[in-house]
Design a binder for this molecule. Structure first.
Ligand SMILES: CC(C)(COP(=O)(O)OP(=O)(O)OC[C@H]1O[C@@H](n2cnc3c(N)ncnc32)[C@H](O)[C@@H]1OP(=O)(O)O)[C@@H](O)C(=O)NCCC(=O)NCCS
Length: 216
């Protein structure tokens, strides 16, 4: 059964398994491969030569850039950006063969996945080493190796990736606005930092935007 939305667009050289699902207006570019049971949301773009593994789940409006390798069991929420040549691993201690020299197959190892929360971006040629979660609206700098969970709104960089800044939903670094307070220079959105976490003030329960953060 072919589960592609009627207005999904698949380049002739792309390889989309008939058991994969493509949402409305999703485009799959040349030489990309989408494996069986992958579920891709609406308005997604799968770039040239990208690989989407078996059963990968992807929300609406995601962009997977050229030659990114999204191995299962990765899960991407809506609005995620996966840069060119990014790799999501799925085998923490990989081996091609068992100690007796025989080829290992799927039943000899348990895949672990990368989870990318809403709106997050993974910079070019980064590697996310599963199991790991990239928080909402986080930004991973180009060439990073992510080995631990990334908090919401964190900008992380390096090998291993460490937080160097906070970014807002617009993707640009936030300006400090007093102890524990941050403001987006593009949108004016305000954020509050507490115990290494950042929360958008509009999303805080009972937020007024004026109270002093607890513990600061
Ligand atoms: C991380 C990034 C957003 C930082 O941009 P910025 O806010 O202008 O920051 P700066 O260039 O001022 O750098 C801040 C610090 O981080 C370091 N840095 C910047 N990018 C880095 C990276 N990719 N890896 C490691 N360190 C990085 C800088 O050297 C600098 O360090 P310093 O303070 O010791 O001098 C940007 O460099 C980046 O990697 N963007 C992603 C690009 C990408 O992959 N796009 C995908 C589509 S092509």
């Amino acid at each position: 059964m072919n589960s592609q939305a009627v207005d999904a667009v698949v380049a002739p050289s792309a390889d989309v398994d008939p058991r994969a699902r493509l949402g409305a207006r999703t485009r799959v570019w040349h030489l990309a491969q989408v494996r069986e049971h992958a579920v891709i949301g609406d308005d997604c773009i799968i770039g040239r030569g990208a690989y989407i593994g078996t059963g990968v789940q992807m929300g609406d409006r995601c962009k997977v850039q050229n030659h990114a390798l999204v191995y299962e069991p990765a899960v991407l929420e809506a609005g995620c950006f996966v840069g060119p040549a990014v790799v999501f691993t799925n085998d923490h201690y990989p081996r091609s063969v068992a100690p007796d020299g025989t080829l290992k197959s799927a039943e000899h190892w348990t895949p672990v996945g990368v989870t990318v929360r809403e709106g997050a971006s993974i910079g070019a040629r980064s590697v996310c080493v599963a199991p790991v979660t990239i928080g909402r609206w986080a930004l991973v700098a180009a060439g990073s190796v992510v080995t631990t969970d990334v908090p919401d709104f964190a900008l992380v960089a390096g090998v291993p990736a460490r937080r160097i800044r906070w970014v807002g939903r617009a993707g640009v670094p936030l300006d400090g606005a007093g102890p524990g307070r941050w403001t987006c220079p593009e949108t004016g959105e305000r954020y509050t930092e507490h115990e290494g976490r950042l929360v958008l003030d509009d999303e805080r329960p009972h937020a007024t935007g004026d109270e002093t953060p607890a513990g600061l």
